[in-house]
Design a protein around this ligand. Structure first.
Ligand code: AMP
Ligand code: MG
Length: 469
C-alpha cells in the first residue's frame, strides 16, 4: 500500500470534488516503472487493484481537481479532471509527490465524455515521459500503465482501455489559479498561492511577486529545454502549464524530426498556435494569464500591480533566450560565451533546415575532422561550408565529448512509437521494451539500437497526433 497524505484536499477545499475510480473488469499491470518506484521509496509490489485506485488504504482520499483554462486562446471557467483522479500525495526522498490516475472514469468534470483512456495514448505518455526524464527535462512521470480489460470507444473504433498512474510534483496549473480568479474568489487565490509557494517555492513565503518570478523562470527554462530537443508539446493551454515547471499532458506531443520551425503535429491545431516555433511566445502569453490572477495579491493599487507584473513578464523573453542560448552553446560545444554566438547558432539552424534535428546536432561532433559526416544529412550539402570554420574557431577543448553529452542520439521517434504501440495493442511488448531501452539512456550510443536513431522511413508519411484520446 502507498502511505498517502491528503495535503491538497485538506488545504484547498473548493478546488475538488471527492470521487472514486470506476471499477474495471480485469485490471492488469502492463508496465510498472520499478526504477521510479524505488527512487520515490514506493513499495515495489503494488497490485493492479492498488495501482488502479480500486484497493486504497484509508489514508487515500481520491479527488477530481477543479481548474479552468484557456484552450487555444478561448477561456473555459470550468474544465477540471474529466478523466483524472488525484489519489493523494506521498512524502518521498525527493519531496512531496502527487499520485494520480488518468483514465479512471467519468467525473463531474467530464462534460459528457467517457473519462476513460485507451491503451495506445497511455503507453505513449509512458514512453515520452520516460524519454523526457532521461533527457533531463522536468516532467511528470509514469509509475504504471494498467490495462483495464475494458474497451473504450474512439473515432477509430473500439480500443483496449488503460489507466495511467502519474506522479507529479503537483498538479497545480495556471488554470487552477484561473478557476478561482474567474469566480472573483481572491481569498481562494491567496490560499492557493500560499499553498503553491509552500510546496514549490518555499523561500518566497508571502512574496507573490517572487512567486510569479519563479514560476516564470521555471516555465521559461522548461520551454527552452523543449526547444533544444525539438519537442512540440502540442497543447500548451493554460490548464496544461504547471506551476512547478514540469511538463504535463502528453496527449498530442511529438518530437520534430526534419527541422521546420512551423512544425505542428496535433490534428486539432489547425492554425498552428502551438507550432514548434511559437512555443516561447505562448509561454509568455500563458504566464500573462497567471499574472492576471495574481494582480490583487501583488499590489492593492491596480496600476502598480500591473506595472510590477509587466516587468516580470517582460523579463521572461530574456530568460528564455538566455536558457536557450546556453543550451545551444552546449549543443554546439562552444567555449564560454561570445557576443557572436547567437549569430553562429542561427546560421547553423538555417543550414540544417529540412534535415533531421536530432542527428544534425549529434553528428556535428564528428564533422569537426570530417565535414562530410554532416553533409550527408543536409539537403544542400554546401550550406554549412562557410559556417564550419567559424564554428571550429569557437570550440571548447573537449568539445566532442561535451557535445555527445548534450545531444541525444535516441529520442522517441514517431515511427518507432507507433510501431511499439501497435505491437502492444496486439499483445506484443517487445518493441516497447526496445524503444524504452533506447530512450531511457539517450546519450549513450549502443550496438543493436541503430534503428532507434534513424529518421522516419519515407513511407511513414506526415505524422498526426490526437488530443483527449
Ligand atoms: P486535456 O486535453 O487532456 O488537457 O483535457 C482537457 C479537458 O478535457 C480536461 O478537463 C480533461 O479532463 C478533459 N478530458 C479529456 N479527455 C477526456 C475524456 N476522455 N473524458 C472526460 N474528460 C476528458
Ligand atoms: Mg490536460
Amino acid at each position: 500500500m502507498i502511505p498517502f497524505q491528503q495535503d491538497f484536499a485538506t488545504a484547498l477545499p473548493g478546488l475538488y470534488v471527492d470521487w472514486q475510480a470506476d471499477a474495471v473488469p480485469d485490471p492488469q499491470i502492463l508496465r510498472f516503472n520499478a526504477p521510479l518506484a524505488a527512487d520515490l521509496g514506493l513499495p515495489p509490489d503494488l497490485t493492479a487493484q492498488q495501482l488502479a485506485g480500486l484497493d486504497l488504504p484509508a489514508s487515500a482520499r481520491p479527488v477530481a481537481q477543479a481548474y479552468a483554462g484557456h484552450q487555444f486562446g478561448g477561456f473555459s471557467p470550468r474544465l477540471g479532471d474529466g478523466r483524472a483522479l488525484l489519489l493523494g500525495e506521498v512524502l518521498t526522498p525527493k519531496g512531496l509527490r502527487d499520485i494520480a490516475l488518468k483514465g479512471s472514469g467519468a467525473t463531474p468534470f467530464s462534460r459528457g465524455a467517457d473519462g476513460k483512456a485507451a491503451l495506445g495514448p497511455v503507453l505513449r505518455e509512458f514512453i515520452v515521459a520516460e524519454a523526457m526524464h532521461a533527457l533531463g527535462i522536468p516532467t511528470t512521470r509514469a509509475l504504471a500503465a494498467i490495462a483495464t480489460g475494458q474497451q473504450v470507444l474512439r473515432e477509430a473504433g473500439p480500443q483496449p482501455g488503460a489507466v495511467l498512474v502519474r506522479v507529479a510534483s503537483s498538479h497545480l496549473r495556471v488554470g487552477t489559479f484561473q478557476y478561482l480568479a474567474a469566480q472573483g474568489d481572491m481569498e481562494g487565490v491567496r490560499r492557493l498561492a500560499d499553498y503553491a509557494i509552500a510546496r514549490h517555492y518555499p523561500h518566497r513565503t508571502g512574496d507573490y511577486v517572487g512567486f510569479l518570478t519563479d514560476v516564470a523562470a521555471a516555465q521559461a527554462r522548461l520551454v527552452a529545454q523543449w526547444m533544444l530537443v525539438g519537442f512540440v508539446h502540442g497543447v500548451m493551454n493554460t490548464d496544461n502549464m504547471t506551476i512547478s515547471g514540469e511538463t504535463i499532458d502528453y496527449g498530442p506531443c511529438a518530437f520534430m524530426e526534419a527541422y521546420a520551425p512551423g512544425t505542428v503535429f496535433s490534428s486539432i491545431d489547425r492554425q498552428g498556435r502551438y507550432a514548434y516555433v511559437n512555443q516561447p511566445l505562448i509561454l509568455g502569453w500563458n504566464l500573462a494569464r497567471l499574472a492576471e490572477t495574481l494582480l490583487p495579491l501583488i499590489d492593492a493599487d491596480e496600476g502598480r500591480a500591473v506595472e510590477r507584473a509587466t516587468r516580470i513578464l517582460e523579463g521572461v523573453a530574456a530568460q528564455y533566450q538566455d536558457a536557450w542560448l546556453d543550451g545551444m552553446r552546449r549543443k554546439l560545444g562552444l567555449d564560454g560565451k561570445d557576443a557572436g554566438d547567437r549569430d553562429l547558432v542561427e546560421a547553423f539552424l538555417q543550414g540544417i533546415e529540412g534535415a533531421d534535428w536530432t542527428l544534425s546536432f549529434r553528428r556535428l561532433s564528428r564533422a569537426m575532422d570530417d565535414p562530410s559526416r554532416l553533409r550527408v544529412l543536409l539537403a544542400q550539402p554546401d550550406r554549412l561550408d562557410d559556417w564550419l570554420p567559424r564554428w571550429k574557431a569557437r570550440l571548447a577543448p573537449d568539445a566532442a565529448a561535451r557535445m555527445d553529452a548534450a545531444n541525444p542520439l535516441y529520442i522517441p521517434r514517431n515511427e518507432r512509437v507507433e510501431e511499439a504501440l501497435a505491437a502492444a495493442e496486439a499483445g506484443d511488448q517487445a518493441p516497447l521494451d526496445g524503444l524504452l531501452d533506447a530512450v531511457r539512456d539517450p546519450f549513450n550510443e549502443r550496438q543493436g539500437l541503430e534503428k532507434y536513431a534513424l529518421p522516419a522511413s519515407e513511407g511513414f508519411g506526415t505524422y498526426r497526433t490526437f488530443c483527449g484520446t
